[in-house]
Write a protein that binds this ligand. Structure first.
Ligand code: NAD
Length: 358
């Protein structure tokens, strides 16, 4: 990968390569954009097969965080870190401490938090080495697991989609097919059940799927069959790339709205969904509840759940705005959402020309 050209093409600011022989650390810290504030993004711990895969992943995720924070109205930039390791086998206190020291060395331009493969307990270890970490357990003044807030935000996004497509935000009697029944989806399911929706669920983990059946009366389908399930809303809540050339033609829904990051395999798949008459709720708008919840830890008075909930609830209005732009300009919702975020970052960048005395 031609790294300078790749970074320049999408306005990346900084890439830090971190290694430590003693702990076995191999990590990237990627800062995409700090116009709105310090770059916030989780640290993913994942055993990528090649360095190229790892780099592609961290660059893509960092940029998505800029869009997510900007569209959510937060004063934060976008970044991401990746520790190339198997979280089940290679994670150790020394590895996390070494990573924490590199985060500290970046000097607050990047704030780390949890992501796939890392947990709130890991953040406690990282916090022994750096001040620039959030997502700490509630007992330590943090907001704890952000998944319940993310699940609530996905529910608010689904309500906005329902209002647009069926003229009513209620999900009563709607069928929602959920791919991946983990932390976010199980929280989302509680809201859906309360609102009277029916669930179809798949998960590669049998226990997770079984929980959906027992607790939420979900109809279970095999992982590959979820794309063919007749439903009103398809909710990708597993890993990225669920919407691609092979899956989009199979979808039998009116709306796609879920928590997974980077759902579109490529940007052009936003257009493919539009052509099929499916309303796509852009992932970085839909799943912002988690980052909103985390950002509350940075408030002067510390974490406040009420405020986090109120801000997350605004995802409804943000999505309405995105859908409005998409319709008015005949562009995919994915593009409309990016434009909204780019305009906010662009506006903030422009006012920085005004000199301030220190
Ligand atoms: P999780 O690991 O708790 O749950 C994911 C579930 O998906 C697991 O049960 C896993 O077995 C299942 N899964 C993986 N691949 C699958 C496949 N091919 N088919 C069916 N099931 C599959 O993760 P989570 O915290 O619930 O997050 C879900 C998604 O939402 C991720 O993409 C994550 O990046 C994104 N997200 C999460 C948050 C949050 O607050 N947790 C915030 C924003 C975005």
């Amino acid at each position: 990968m031609p790294i300078f050209d790749t970074m320049l093409a999408h306005d990346y600011e900084q890439l830090v390569v971190c290694t430590d022989k003693a702990s076995g650390l191999r990590a990237f810290i990627c800062i995409h954009d700090t116009t709105l504030g310090p770059a916030l993004g989780g640290v993913r711990i994942w055993p990528h097969k090649t360095e190229e895969d790892a780099l592609t992943d961290v660059l893509r995720l960092a940029r998505a965080m800029t869009y997510k924070a900007a569209a959510a109205g937060l004063s934060l930039g976008g970044g991401k870190a990746l520790i190339v390791a198997d979280p089940r086998k290679d994670k150790s206190e020394a590895l996390l401490r070494a990573y924490g020291r590199f985060v500290e060395a970046v000097g607050g331009r990047y704030i780390t938090t949890e992501d796939v493969g890392s947990t709130t307990d890991d953040m406690e270890i990282i916090a022994t080495q750096t001040r620039h970490v959030i997502g700490l357990p509630v007992a330590q003044g943090g907001g704890g697991d952000p998944s319940p807030m993310t699940g609530f935000g996905v529910f608010r996004a689904m309500q906005a989609c329902a209002k647009d497509v069926w003229g009513n935000p209620s999900l009563q009697g709607r069928t929602v097919a959920v791919q991946g029944f983990g932390k976010v989806a199980s929280n989302l399911a509680a809201h859906l059940k309360r609102d009277g929706a029916r669930l179809i669920v798949t998960d590669i983990n049998e226990q997770a799927a079984d929980r959906a059946r027992r607790e939420f009366d979900a109809r279970l389908v095999a992982p590959d069959d979820v794309f063919d399930a007749a439903c009103d809303i398809f909710a990708p809540c597993a890993l990225g790339g669920a919407l691609n050339d092979a899956t989009i033609p199979r979808l039998r829904c009116k709306v796609v709205c879920g928590a997974a990051n980077n759902q579109l395999a490529e940007d052009r798949h936003g257009e493919a969904l539009m052509k099929r008459g499916i309303l796509y709720a852009p992932d970085f708008i839909v799943s912002a509840g988690g980052v909103i919840n985390l950002s509350m830890e940075l408030m002067p008075l510390g974490y406040n759940e009420e405020m986090a909930r109120e801000r997350t609830s605004r995802i409804y209005g943000t999505l309405e705005k995105v859908i409005g732009v998409s319709k008015a300009e005949g562009i995919p919702t994915s593009r409309a959402a990016e434009r909204l975020a780019e305009e906010r970052v662009g506006g903030a960048r422009a006012v920085k020309r005004i000199w301030l005395p220190h």
